[in-house]
Design a protein around this ligand. Structure first.
Ligand SMILES: C[C@H](O)CC(=O)SCCNC(=O)CCNC(=O)[C@H](O)C(C)(C)COP(=O)(O)OP(=O)(O)OC[C@H]1O[C@@H](n2cnc3c(N)ncnc32)[C@H](O)[C@@H]1OP(=O)(O)O
Ligand SMILES: NC(=O)c1ccc[n+]([C@@H]2O[C@H](COP(=O)([O-])OP(=O)(O)OC[C@H]3O[C@@H](n4cnc5c(N)ncnc54)[C@H](O)[C@@H]3O)[C@@H](O)[C@H]2O)c1
Length: 313
């Protein structure tokens, strides 16, 4: 049943993508990690010309490999009875993705730049300042930030009217939502273009103001944190907390599994950032157990251990 639901989602996303039109034809995705590679994939499979940028050629090679494998999964389902069409779909989608290690050069031909680099304000500022000087006048900039303020990120660029948030969810090819975030100065035209582009790449878009965590993370992160506190107090085992939320609330993953999946460092980074900004909010208070796991390098799935142990990929 679960497989059927997932199959339906991927197939629906794909057919929506083909049918929708967008003013954006050339997109540059900066950051070729977990999120950037997914954003590049859904854009390419929707017919967009993509330049995927990372500072590391090794990351780009790994991203291309995983995008190829994930497109293969989509093709197997969508073109179940027409394997040759499936092969063509994979080859054509892959051919739309170029890679680069030079963000400035890649921004010169972009209608839209989606930034998915490390969650650090200083690093994001440095990148956008550099891009603002070279990107064409019409180019829209967007950040995929999980928790930082869009207004603060765009404070370093001149094109504040052509800047917004495009917040995808992990794993990008599977999760159907896109949060479209309007900053204080995002123009109506930019907002409209971002919404149309989101639909064109197969996502259901919701709109949110530039508030901490937007909609999903404002609800999800405190929920995950409350689960960690519950476990820390010894009220229930990790397995029982996860089983409870899967079977009792119908979530696909329990909160501690999800924390491991997102990355415990990411969870800690979000919580610490919000705690610094809103020190009186009890939901954002630091969690000793989370700090301990992160300091021990137990960052979740990517590190082979978090609340659970995993086989390293
Ligand atoms: C912190 C940030 O700012 C915001 C966030 O992103 S918060 C996190 C949001 N994400 C979630 O909440 C995820 C919750 N979990 C889930 O929805 C599901 O457990 C899941 C989709 C990850 C996996 O689904 P599940 O059915 O258990 O596993 P599985 O059978 O392996 O996968 C189902 C299909 O999804 C696809 N899939 C799974 N993981 C994938 C990935 N990483 N990339 C691409 N496709 C993937 C595959 O196509 C797979 O099909 P297959 O049968 O061909 O393998
Ligand atoms: N992991 C999630 O579940 C998730 C979900 C939604 C949003 N986000 C957000 O997306 C962004 C990226 O997260 P991720 O999980 O993909 O991180 P990641 O660590 O997997 O990938 C980030 C990539 O950016 C590259 N990079 C860093 N600085 C760069 C620069 N100046 N120019 C080009 N490349 C650079 C790194 O080499 C790395 O490969 C963050 O802002 C994060 O908060 C993450």
């Amino acid at each position: 049943m679960k497989k059927m639901v997932q199959f339906g989602v991927i197939a629906r996303n794909f057919s929506n993508s083909s049918a929708m039109q967008s003013a954006i034809k050339n997109i540059t995705v900066i950051g070729g990690g977990l999120m950037g590679s997914g954003i590049a994939q859904v854009s390419a499979q929707a017919g967009q010309n993509v330049t995927l940028v990372d500072l590391s050629p090794e990351v780009l090679a790994k991203s291309q490999k995983s995008i190829g494998a994930n497109l293969g999964r989509v093709a197997k389902k969508v073109y179940k009875d027409k394997p040759q069409d499936g092969e063509k779909f994979v080859a054509e989608s892959m051919a739309r993705i170029k890679t680069s290690t030079d963000p400035a050069a890649a921004a010169k031909s972009a209608d839209l730049v989606v930034e998915a680099i490390v969650e650090n304000m200083g690093v994001k500022h440095k990148l956008f300042k550099q891009l603002d000087a070279v990107a064409p006048e019409h180019t829209i900039f967007a950040s995929n930030t999980s928790s930082l303020s869009i207004n603060e990120i765009c404070s370093v660029v001149k094109r504040k009217d052509r800047f917004g948030g495009l917040h995808f969810f992990n794993p990008v090819p599977v999760m159907r939502l896109l949060e479209v975030v309007r900053g204080a100065e995002t123009s109506d035209a930019t907002y409209k273009t971002m919404m149309e582009w989101g639909k064109a790449v197969g996502k259901t878009c919701i709109t949110c103001k530039d508030t901490p965590g937007f909609v999903v993370n404002r609800l999800l992160v405190p929920y995950i944190c409350e689960a960690i506190r519950l476990y820390e107090r010894g009220d229930a085992s990790a397995r029982d907390i996860d089983t409870a939320m899967k079977l009792g609330a119908g979530y696909p993953m329990g909160p501690l599994e999800l924390a491991d999946y997102v990355g415990l460092d990411t969870n800690k980074f979000i919580l610490d950032g919000w705690h610094n900004k809103y020190p009186d909010q009890p939901l954002f208070k630091p969690i000793p157990l989370l700090n301990k796991l992160v300091s021990e390098g137990k960052l979740g799935v990517k590190a082979g251990e978090g609340f659970y142990k995993y086989e390293k990929k």
